[in-house]
Write a protein that binds this ligand. Sequence first.
Ligand SMILES: Nc1ncnc2c1ncn2[C@@H]1O[C@H](COP(=O)(O)OP(=O)(O)OP(=O)(O)O)[C@@H](O)[C@H]1O
Length: 321
Amino acid sequence: MPTPLLRVRDLRTSFGSGDRKTEVVKGVSFDLNKGEVLGLIGESGSGKTVTGLSVLRLLPDNAHVEAAELTYNGRSLSEVGAKDMQRLRGTDLAMIFQDPVGSFNPAKTIGWHIVKALGRHSVGSSGDLKEVAADLLKQVNIREPERTMASYPHQLSGGMLQRVLIAMVFGLNPKLVIADEPTTNLDNLVERQILELIRSQQRQHDTGVLFVTHDLTVARHLCDRVAVMYSGRIVEIGPTERILERPAHPYTAGLLATARSLENRDATLYEIKGEPGATSWEKRCAFSARCPQVTDRCTAAEPTERTVESGHSVRCFNHAA
Ligand SMILES: Nc1ncnc2c1ncn2[C@@H]1O[C@H](COP(=O)(O)OP(=O)(O)OP(=O)(O)O)[C@@H](O)[C@H]1O
């Protein structure tokens, strides 16, 4: 087996301390291989963003991150010093956020940002970074790169700004990109274009991508595998097609039914009953209060991971261990 690009084992992230400590990522494990797109799916508050930020060590000081294993290309990220970690981010590891505006300094032109990023990572010859920058913009189908480079962030639409960010991120040739709901604020057409762009850039550079989204339809178009998160844990993981065709966890099935009713513009939207809220996994399945298939077992013990078939596993008592 080749070394995975990213290996995460029993990741636990909490905020605060003492009595006020709240664990929001509760033992997450997955591998992400080179050139693979893994979707991290789940409702708001399930811990997807915090998982991504924990990997890149981008959380605020009140966060506490622990993991049995957290390795990038076989190298333990937990042991990398702050300076080295900063160096790794941007060269090998990168993040695309939901709101591209926050990634830009409003007082500087687009060209300034790209040239600065290229210079910092010594991409291209030192002399003509502007030309390299213009080339990168052309690769993401920006037709007038010079004009775009002379613009300030507020002069571009959200979709255009996300396009620039994608050019900048992939242009630096990182091995691993964590993309956190990068199309949430965009209209449907622009969203599709941005997803296609991420897919084509990812393929061109053979980048591993951890793609955070609450939207299974987005995952269907983009991800090789998906990991479904509920209340801080992965409850189902496997190849996208298999999970979307035959979901093994009632929560995944619920997400799918919701996505379908939205896609078909049904008059009655399917909704998973109850609130995700702060649910405990202690001696129970955290989804049991909302689960249509709940039995006594689900509130008596915590479900462990079971194999559905090779590469597809689920945390649910409805599947024989
Ligand atoms: N800096 C923080 N301090 C305290 N709690 C936090 C902090 N950041 C996130 N949380 C909490 O962690 C939990 C998981 O949040 P997270 O943002 O990872 O969810 P998510 O699944 O990505 O949802 P969304 O799609 O809404 O971003 C939430 O309950 C959130 O309130």
